[in-house]
Design a protein around this ligand. Structure first.
Ligand code: SAM
Length: 285
């Protein structure tokens, strides 16, 4: 029995179900239920909340979310070996855990949630698809999105790229502009490699993203285009790096009120939004 519920310790669950970690699925399991409870609590009080979890694995975070009071956990897991272990958790919490076997990258989340539910996404993401999933959530339409917040574990280096500002030029790039355009972002806390089985090579971080109700207006596709061009040649001045957009960079930067000799890493999110809007106006004029 564990400290948070009357289910067996995770080491026993893994042994009983033969869940040796597979690198190809980004499997680094958290076996300390105090730590998974800390992650669950980082998303705020869970009463009445439906949580979407990607990759529950043997269920360490799933159990913490349920023990912390989540009304329902909707989990998508690609590794079918984990389903029997997750069924035991579902039996312990009747009607509160719905597991779908499948690929998170092919999942339409809105089909898994019910009208009127307050939804949060909480996950210890498989590192190989973490950024792609995040970008898809950030590009959700319509906005504000179907989720109230994202509480996600990434490698520390990715967490720094998500939360970076022009004051952190090494990490500031497309990911930071996209994420901070639509969300407030923050690193909640770090998790050492030794907390995982097997331990990854690097430190991880739990990141919180809270959707802004009214992000600065622009089209996500245009913002993606200007950031891809600008950071594609991040050492060059904008008057050079924006050329692939197919409009005159001088006209574009002038319309956006941005210095054409600036480099991408010095332009704040508002500047990229202005460039995205100017690009749209030039392309439709
Ligand atoms: N939540 C568990 C924990 O904290 O111990 C496991 C986290 S482990 C880092 C990532 C999990 O995502 C694994 O269970 C893995 O099988 C699952 N996974 C990997 N790729 C996936 C995909 N495309 N869709 C859904 N789950 C996936």
């Amino acid at each position: 029995m564990s400290a948070i519920d009357d289910l067996p310790p995770l080491r026993d669950v893994i042994a009983a179900h033969g869940l040796a970690a597979k690198k190809s699925l980004g499997q680094n399991f958290l076996l300390d239920l105090n730590l998974t409870s800390r992650i669950a609590r980082a998303s705020g009080p869970l009463d009445g909340v439906t949580v979407i979890e990607v990759g529950p694995g043997p269920g360490g975070l799933t159990r913490a979310l349920l023990a912390c009071g989540a009304a329902r956990v909707v989990a998508v897991e690609r590794d079918e070996r984990c389903l029997a272990a997750l069924a035991e958790i579902a039996a312990r919490y009747p009607g509160r855990l719905d597991v779908t076997a499948g690929d998170a990258l092919r999942t339409d989340w809105t089909t898994l949630i019910r009208p009127g539910e307050t939804v949060r996404i909480v996950a210890n993401l498989p590192y190989n698809i973490g950024t792609e999933l995040l970008v898809r959530w950030i590009e959700t339409e319509p906005w504000p999105p179907f989720f109230e917040s994202l509480t996600l574990m990434f490698q520390r280096e990715v967490a720094e790229r998500i939360t970076a500002t022009p004051d952190d030029p090494k990490d500031y790039g497309r990911l930071a502009v996209l994420c901070n355009w639509r969300c407030e972002t923050k690193i909640a806390f770090d998790v050492s490699p030794s907390a995982f089985t097997p331990p990854p090579k690097v430190t991880s971080s739990v990141v919180r993203l809270i959707p802004r109700p009214e992000p600065l207006p622009c089209r996500g596709k245009d913002l993606s285009a200007v950031t891809a061009a600008a950071f594609g040649q991040r050492r060059k001045m904008l008057r050079q790096s924006l050329k692939p957009l197919g409009v005159d960079p001088a006209v574009l930067t002038d319309a956006a009120g941005i210095d054409p000799t600036a480099r991408a890493e010095t332009v704040p999110v508002e500047g990229f939004v202005a460039l995205a809007r100017a690009l749209r106006a030039l392309r439709t004029s």
